[in-house]
Design a protein around this ligand. Structure first.
Ligand SMILES: *[C@@H]1O[C@H](CO)[C@@H](O)[C@H](O)[C@H]1NC(C)=O
Ligand SMILES: *[C@@H]1O[C@H](CO)[C@@H](O)[C@H](O)[C@H]1NC(C)=O
Length: 471
């Protein structure tokens, strides 16, 4: 946990350093890409891209910063950007400079910066690997499907990379589907891609100048799976010192981006063809990985409580009321409770300072999130000292919110707005350090003790039913 906070502090320090010095809107031409291999993995709902770079310092002085130009087409939806050294497999300091626009050959670009562990001497080279995850722009092709037809997706992407530095040799690869084919434009280039083993390889192209003209490539591939996307997630986490619990409640607005049905949905055809058991673009179940030892699970949707869920080995399996076909939406709420002690630590030597660490997400696998509102509610009277979120945040606000039993100013609320998340960040933890003095610890149970027991039962009952009414 502390290693995480230290790492975060380092990244922050690095960002300050970069932002402080980088008013260099024109990037120095200090590198050459000797080899640039871009691999696009289409196996998931979002795209995972790996760029293997062999770079050479062509400057007259040693350099340790490499600017990686991010394509305009997906800059707005980048979920993850990281860099590592190829041989050592260690992560390098890197960050997207979202507020800055650079000019290369007179054209504006956005960039990420990578800091090498030591400067590279003039004429010397090194190997780095960039990992990029972003929202997929692949569309079902053709638009609609009959029940039981195999879904194919069409992806259009830049044929050549945007780069701040010239490229000696460039290869583009697609992986993650059993079938790829290029869709040629009328009057377009000769086919330049071929299937080699499980890869669809385009190129190799040589001697690309810096930031060349846009040219796109379209590939068609089988992807007979649902494409779940959470357009909105409101994730509320309530910490109660009094009850020693951490309660989670999550409201999802989910959409399946798969191909819509050509002829509407017929339950009879669906049952007759046993389509529930065949691979296809529709979504019949969701699996949520919850923190260990969770209890009191519930699942509700617009209509009310949904009974078709199971909790097995730390996973909550949800079966929505109906299969979610392409373009269909499903809004639902789930909730559960954990022991507070699993997530809360007392700061050593200071018995009124606490460190709460909560997982960033607990949602389904293989899912892209457009926007997430994470709200952490601390006990009344808690004073927030620090908030650390390892993911790029849109905003962090600390306010108070009144609930049923609050005496004075209400619960302390930490609200974090996030965009473009993917399920794989669920391991990340968000930290909140707060002060909560013993007097405020005892104030609340004391006032509650004066109320009758039935009232507090009613409170819990209310808490479990208000969201039903709200919906
Ligand atoms: C889910 O909620 C959104 C936003 O409130 C709404 O536009 C949409 O119609 C809802 N979807 C369903 C299936 O009720
Ligand atoms: C998320 O939080 C922001 C700021 O608190 C608010 O403006 C926005 O409406 C919230 N989004 C949803 C979907 O609740």
């Amino acid at each position: 946990m502390l290693a995480g906070t230290r790492l975060f502090a380092l990244i922050l320090a690095f960002l300050h350093y970069v932002i402080g010095q980088a008013n260099v809107n024109t990037l120095p031409a200090c590198w050459e890409n000797v080899d640039y291999v871009r691999t696009v993995d289409v196996s998931r709902t979002y795209l995972q891209e790996t760029v293997q770079l062999h770079i050479k310092n062509v400057d007259e002085k040693p350099n340790d910063q490499y600017y990686f130009a991010l394509p305009e087409e997906n800059f707005e939806t980048v979920a993850l950007f990281s860099a590592k050294l190829k041989k050592a497999d260690v992560f390098l300091h890197s960050a997207i400079l979202s507020d800055q626009t650079f000019f290369v050959n007179g054209k504006p670009i956005k960039a990420g910066i990578v800091k090498l562990p030591s400067p590279i001497e003039p004429g010397k080279d090194t190997f780095i690997v960039i990992d990029l995850v972003y929202k997929s722009s692949a569309q079902p092709f053709p638009g609609h499907l009959k029940l039981g037809e195999t879904q194919r997706l069409l992806l259009s992407t830049a044929k050549y990379p945007t780069s701040a530095y010239p490229i000696e040799s460039y290869t583009l690869k697609f992986i993650g589907s059993s079938s790829f084919e290029e869709v040629k434009k009328v009057g377009g280039d000769e086919a330049s891609c071929s299937n080699v083993n499980d890869e669809f390889i385009c190129g190799t192209y040589s001697s690309l100048e810096v930031h060349r003209e846009e040219d796109s490539i379209s590939v068609l591939f089988d992807h007979n799976l649902p494409l779940p996307r959470v357009s909105t997630l409101n994730r509320d986490i309530w910490a109660s010192h009094w009850a020693s619990t951490l309660q989670f409640e999550e409201y999802y607005e989910l959409i399946n981006d798969a191909a819509p049905l050509k002829e509407g949905f017929s339950r009879a055809d669906y049952m007759k063809g046993q389509h529930a058991f065949k691979p296809s673009g529709h979504l019949t179940a969701l699996e949520m990985a919850l923190p260990p030892q969770s209890e009191d699970h519930y699942f509700t949707d617009l209509v009310g409580a949904v009974s078709t869920f199971k909790f097995l080995q730390g996973h909550l399996f949800l079966k929505p009321r109906y299969p979610i076909f392409g373009d269909w939406k499903y809004n639902f709420t789930i909730g559960w409770t954990n022991a507070l002690s699993q997530f809360l630590r007392v700061e050593s030597g200071l018995d009124d300072t606490f460190l709460l660490s909560v997982p960033a997400l607990n949602g389904p696998d293989n899912t892209f999130y457009d926007s997430v509102n994470l709200s952490i509610y601390l006990p009344e009277g808690a004073e927030v000292v620090d908030v650390w979120c390892p993911l790029p945040t849109d905003s962090t606000k600390i306010t108070t919110k009144h609930s049923f039993f609050d005496l004075g100013q209400g619960h302390t609320k930490v609200a974090i707005e996030l965009k473009n998340l993917v399920d794989t960040v669920s391991d990340s933890e968000v930290f909140v350090r707060y002060k909560f003095s013993n007097s405020s610890l005892y104030k609340k149970p004391f006032s509650i003790a004066t109320a009758i027991f039935v009232a507090s039962m009613a409170y819990f009952f209310l808490k479990h039913t208000t969201f039903l009414i709200e919906q």
